[in-house]
Design a protein around this ligand. Sequence first.
Ligand SMILES: [Zn+2]
Ligand SMILES: [Zn+2]
Length: 139
Amino acid sequence: MKIDGGCFCGQVTYEAEIDPARVAICHCADCQINSGTAYGVIVPVDNDAFTLLTGTLKTHVKVAESGNRRALNFCPECGTRVHAHNADGDPGFIGLRVGTANQRDQLKPNKQAWTRSALSWVEDLSGIEKFELQPDLSK
Ligand SMILES: [Zn+2]
Ligand SMILES: [Zn+2]
């Protein structure tokens, strides 16, 4: 499936060829902190199936629990994390952040990784009060 997308400010744009059956949630603490939210959603992309169309990415290298160094690549202007890959040697696959894809609503995850560190409330959001648009969050 062909997808396209980019960062929040629009400087970074890309297109990629992905398998929608490989979309996964990542509950690792690094994804929680790095994304600023409850979990990451990624889809693996082969290196040659990803094309950066505009912009440049800045890299922050993290050391994973396995000891592997992983390059987290984000827009230097708006900070949107676009993808990650191995920092050394063979970059392996690119872990593309699904939230940056224009087709994200069609990319439903079918796997959850790192459930050991999943937030305790994330399984069931159905009991949380809902508003169709922005409620007054100051109260
Ligand atoms: Zn940006
Ligand atoms: Zn993660």
